[in-house]
Structures are given as structure tokens and as C-alpha cells.
Design a protein. Structure first.
Length: 283
């Protein structure tokens, strides 16, 4: 009986991350040879060391340029072209490598690819430092020039939240989750928002509160405890937002990996705060 209980416990533990969007460094290393590897770190960091065969990308190259809407993704045709240009195909896994001390850009790209219809886009727990420490092959220089991919956009709308959907969610049984710093939630505008504050009724959880000091995700039980403490549960859909859908894209990557029904409001505060205050209020 004890052996059966242990076997069931191991099965639950294994299946808990069965649908994960996040790979351990060891799992990622085993997939590098058969995956497209995208690196979202800064140019200097990339030049002085990156995963062999990887290509550097930025979230901006897949997003609109208009100031108030620069968190929004490009229109379908332009987005598809931009994704293909960095070597992404629908039938080949994509591993996105980031800097755990940055803004969650890796999660933004993983969310973008999943939302656009790629079923096998993954982030790496601990990002480049963890991969490097685990023995992933690295090199210096400009990186790989990949052949154009054949990716086709097929939206998974369950991962996308529009401005209207956020507006409609206020006061409804939906968790609106603000993942910015406390000072932003309280009204500061350090990153160019037109107005300060937060969406009425929003819960607050700074995205970095889910990480350890060395940039790894907290153990699963601690992640779920922290989410529960902030009023985030699996019995309500979740709309995450930040300034421009970057940190909230990372949060959706984590929440989806844990089995939460989460979507990302890509326009986030840049867009919301640019709209008329009477119709798009802030607290």
C-alpha cells in the first residue's frame, strides 16, 4: 500500500508540470540540437556569451511602434513575417533564453509564440546563467543567422486579453492581476504611462516575487502559496497586465505552467492609461 501511495505521489509530481511552458536547464540542454533557440538578452551580454546556434531577438521587433500601443503585437501578416525571419517553424520546438534579472522578456516571447499558435515554445528556468552552469554549449560573437522559418499564425484567443475584455472584467468574477512594482501599482509612472494607478479591483503581485535570489522559480508549492496569498486562484480566469505586456507575458507563462487559466493584456498600462479616464478608470 505504501509503495502504491509513493507511486501515485510521484505520478502527481511528474504530471504537475506536464503542460509546462518552462523547461529545467537540463531538459532544455537535451532539446537544443532539435530546437530553434532565441536569446532575448541585451546585445553586449549576448556577444560575450550565448548558447551555441542561438539568435538574438527583442520583444520590440514583434510589436507595434506607436507610443501608446507599443505593447501590442504586430498585425497578423507582419507578425508572421517577423517570426519567420528568426527561423521559427510550427513543427520545431522553440527555446527562449533570457536573463532572470531582467524584465521577463523571455516569457513575453514564449507567450507571444504560444498565443500565435506555436504549441512547443518554452522558457528556461533560470535563463542563460542556469543553462551555462548546467553545461550548455556556448560561444561568443554575433550568433547564428538562421534560415527563414515557415511559421503560420493561428491565434489561441484564450491567451489574449483585449482592452474591452479588461474593461468588461472589472467587478466580475475575473482576477485582474497587476504584476508591476508596488510604486507603479500605487500611482508612480516611471515608464512613460499617461496616467498613474491600477485597474480598479486589480490584485497586485510583483512578478519577481515568484523568483529566488538566484533567478530560479520558487518550488511549486511556494509558488501556489504565494499566488493564493495574493488572491489568485484556479477557480477564476486571470488577466495579467503590466506596463507593456512584458512582465505580464512572463507571468502568464508561469501561471499556465501551473494550470491557471491566464491571459495577457499586451497593451497594458501604456494603452489603458492613454484612453479617456472616464471610460478607462484607474485607482
Amino acid at each position: 500500500m505504501r509503495m502504491l501511495f509513493v507511486a501515485m505521489l510521484m505520478m502527481f509530481s511528474t504530471n504537475a508540470w506536464a503542460q509546462s511552458w518552462i523547461l529545467s536547464p537540463e531538459k532544455a540542454i537535451g532539446m537544443l540540437a532539435t530546437s530553434t533557440v532565441l536569446d532575448v538578452r541585451g546585445a553586449t551580454a549576448f556577444t560575450f556569451g550565448h548558447i551555441k546556434g542561438s539568435t538574438r531577438v527583442t520583444w520590440q521587433q514583434f510589436s507595434k511602434s506607436e507610443k501608446a500601443f507599443r505593447g501590442e503585437l504586430l498585425p497578423d501578416a507582419a507578425l508572421q513575417k517577423a517570426i519567420r525571419a528568426v527561423g521559427v517553424s510550427n513543427d520545431k520546438p522553440v527555446i527562449v533564453v533570457g536573463d532572470p534579472d531582467a524584465w521577463g522578456e523571455d516569457g513575453r516571447i514564449v507567450w507571444m509564440l504560444r498565443a500565435a499558435g506555436h504549441p512547443n515554445a518554452f522558457g528556461v528556468d533560470g535563463g542563460y546563467p542556469a543553462l551555462n552552469k548546467a553545461g550548455a554549449p556556448t560561444q561568443m560573437g554575433r550568433g547564428a543567422s538562421l534560415a527563414k522559418g515557415n511559421f503560420s499564425v493561428r491565434w489561441d484567443t484564450a491567451l489574449l486579453a483585449t482592452t474591452q475584455e479588461v474593461k468588461d472584467a472589472i467587478g466580475k468574477p475575473v482576477t485582474i492581476l497587476d504584476v508591476r512594482e508596488a510604486r507603479e501599482f500605487q500611482g508612480k509612472t516611471p515608464y512613460g504611462e499617461s496616467r498613474g494607478g491600477h485597474v480598479p479591483g486589480a490584485k497586485h503581485l510583483w512578478f519577481r516575487d515568484l523568483l529566488t535570489e538566484d533567478g530560479r522559480l520558487l518550488p511549486q508549492h511556494q509558488l501556489q502559496e504565494r499566488l493564493t496569498q495574493r488572491g489568485v486562484s484556479k477557480d477564476r480566469p486571470i488577466i495579467a497586465y503590466c506596463t507593456g505586456g512584458i512582465r505580464s507575458g512572463w507571468m502568464v507563462m508561469v501561471l499556465r505552467s501551473l494550470g491557471y487559466d491566464a491571459s495577457n493584456y499586451a497593451g497594458s498600462m501604456w494603452e489603458w492609461s492613454s484612453l479617456p479616464a472616464q471610460s478607462y478608470p484607474l485607482e
